[in-house]
Design a protein around this ligand. Structure first.
Ligand code: GTR
Length: 323
């Protein structure tokens, strides 16, 4: 029996379809920030690069706005493979990987470039790799500016003005210690609950970077912001080791490289959004207290440094030595 050419073509295509489908992979990425936010823009760029470099075979679906849960719960799910990827702050991640605390020490970096030199150099590479025994594959870092205090009660000009204020912190031991060392009452709470807690007076204030202060509308209910810039807390993209182990080595490499290649894009988006946030908050008439001399603030952080494990102390020394 001779098959016509057309029939052969149809048979070949039909045979290829299941194979192509079988190869298609969809990975879910959880993002706590809204769709219009620089970390989410970074996630989208990461997803775009993966799609392009696998000719559409791997799709990363980005779920912004905490659709897949609040950060701590998401990290747990990534650990046991229920969520494939997430972009989180290293603050909550440090509960799962305490060495990460080295990166969020108060008044550690001389400036933003110092932080990026550490992240892009050996220290950053080692810290990404150090996550594997905890069930994560560290893929890359994103910018998150500097964090400062804001509250609904009064202008804070000195650390003494923070005394007794109930300040929300991320679910991080280091952050609880830090805020307590300033004399405030640290209240750990998920990000998504902070707005109503401020509004109802359950807490007096919180601390975050400009884009978060603005995009969450916290600035509308906590009018006093003090630019003490106590920490720079990098954001991180992590994958579930369980999810990554299911992929070929070649696909793992594409994903790792794409995450790294999305960093510069995210940093640019960060700068743009940070400026917009500052302008919007100024225009709203908020009270912005500048801190010229941060030395008295930094001095209060000595006990936090003293409490760190030898492993974190060593990392801190190495970060400080980065020129
Ligand atoms: C933001 C960060 C979020 C979240 C939040 C918080 O700056 O982008 O991932 O950690 O802070 O304070 O909970």
């Amino acid at each position: 029996m001779r098959l016509s050419r057309a029939l052969i073509c149809i048979l070949l295509i039909a045979a290829a379809i299941p194979a192509a489908f079988a190869q298609n992979i969809v990975l879910r990425l959880a993002e706590t920030q809204p769709a219009a936010y620089p970390t989410t823009y970074g996630d989208m760029e990461f997803a775009r690069l993966v799609k392009e470099r696998t000719n559409g075979r791997i799709t990363i679906e980005v779920y912004p706005g905490s659709q897949l849960g609040q950060e701590k719960a998401v990290i747990e799910q990534v650990q046991f493979g229920a969520i494939d990827l997430t972009r989180v702050s290293i603050s909550p991640l440090s509960a799962f990987a305490p060495q990460m605390d080295a990166l969020q020490m108060p008044y550690l970096y001389r400036d933003v470039e110092h932080m990026w030199k550490a992240l892009k150099g050996d220290i950053g590479k080692e810290l990404l790799a150090s996550l594997e025994p905890s069930g994560f594959i560290g893929l890359g870092w994103y910018e998150s500016g500097a964090r400062s205090f804001y509250n609904s009660k009064r202008p804070v000009r000195t650390p003494a003005d923070l005394k007794g204020l109930k300040i929300r912190v991320q679910e991080s031991k280091l952050m609880i210690g830090l805020v307590s060392a300033f004399g405030a009452v640290a209240t750990p709470m998920a990000y998504g609950e902070v707005y109503s807690a401020l509004q109802t007076g359950v807490i007096d204030g919180a601390e975050n970077n400009w884009p978060s202060y603005y995009s969450t509308s916290h600035y509308e209910v906590a009018k006093y912001i003090t630019l003490d810039e106590h920490t720079r807390v990098p954001e991180i993209i992590i994958a579930s080791k369980i999810s990554m182990d299911r992929l070929s080595k070649a696909d793992q490499a594409i994903i790792k490289q794409a995450a790294m290649d999305s960093i510069d894009y995210q940093r640019k988006q960060w700068d743009i959004y940070e400026k917009v946030s500052i302008d919007k908050v100024r225009a709203a008439g908020n009270v912005i207290v500048e801190i010229k001399d941060k030395a008295p603030w930094a001095a209060l952080m000595a006990p936090i440094y003293a409490q760190q494990t030898p492993e974190v102390q060593k990392l801190i020394e190495r970060i400080r030595a980065v020129k």
